[in-house]
Design a protein around this ligand. Structure first.
Ligand code: 13P
Length: 253
């Protein structure tokens, strides 16, 4: 029996038009209706959020966004704020490696976004993870350590209770190359968890969920999720197909 309730969250990234989203959500709902021991989340593109909110209102699947701006309102063309999201969803992914690599996100902006989300009661899923180059240079621990400390800087114990961390080694995202269960658990258990304990105290640090992300599939999910400190997954490609996402959720049961 796991100490922490596992979570399986889908990150749809920039996929699914409204009609495609409708189809996927309608097919996921009955397939997952009996799941009560795993927290389920789908993080959709902004435009799909109102639909997801309506379709999933009476279901056991929560809705999340994939990004937000740290200001509440104002002259920030093209951006979406925490108060706007709060009316539509419960979770928000922050600091995904694709946003860090392609859209200029830094530890500092991640921290601002985490604070903005928490202020309105959104639950951040904060992503950390090293690139292939950093991994090969033996910098995994240093990079992940920095991202966790800087991203969660200044947060209280109460804040920490509403946070989920996702360790996503960049070299494993969308590449079909999964970190081995031992490799991933080593980072969760020996890098991320001790920092969380140090920052937020033993009990809260021990209770926080650390998801793994990077080429999780139905065939490798159970073995990953069985590790002591892997508390579920953040799923990209496989969250776009009902059978794959359901298969991964089964790995967490
Ligand atoms: P894949 O599952 O497609 O590797 O993506 C992982 C991810 O980036 C989830 O946020």
């Amino acid at each position: 029996m796991k100490k922490r309730t596992p979570m399986v969250a889908g990150n749809w990234k920039m996929n699914k038009t409204l009609s495609e989203a409708c189809e996927l959500l309608e097919s996921l709902k009955p397939e997952l209706a009996e799941v009560s021991t795993v927290d389920l989340v789908v993080c959709t593109p902004f435009i799909d959020l109102p639909l997801a909110k309506d379709l999933l209102a009476e279901s056991n699947i929560k809705v999340g966004a994939q990004n937000l701006h740290w200001e509440n309102s104002g002259a920030f063309t093209g951006e979406i704020s925490a108060p706007m999201l709060k009316e539509l969803c419960d979770y928000v992914i922050i600091g995904h490696s694709e946003r860090r690599a392609m859209f200029g996100e830094t530890d500092e902006t991640v921290n601002k976004k985490v604070v903005a989300a928490l202020v309105v009661g959104l639950k951040p899923i904060v992503c950390v993870g090293e690139t292939l180059g950093e991994n090969e240079a033996g910098q995994t621990e240093a990079v992940v350590d920095r991202m966790v400390r800087e991203g969660l800087k200044g947060l209280s114990q109460e804040d920490a209770k509403n946070l989920v961390i996702a360790y996503e080694p960049v070299w494993a995202i969308g590449t079909g190359k999964t970190a081995t269960p031992d490799q991933a658990n080593d980072v969760h258990k020996n890098v991320v968890r001790p920092i969380l304990r140090e920052m937020f105290g033993e009990e809260i640090g021990e209770g926080m969920r650390i998801l793994y992300g990077g080429s999780v599939k139905p065939g490798n999910a159970a073995e990953l999720f069985n590790q002591s400190d892997i508390d579920g997954g953040l799923i990209g490609g496989a969250s776009l197909k009902t059978a794959d996402f359901v298969g991964i959720v089964q790995g967490a049961l």
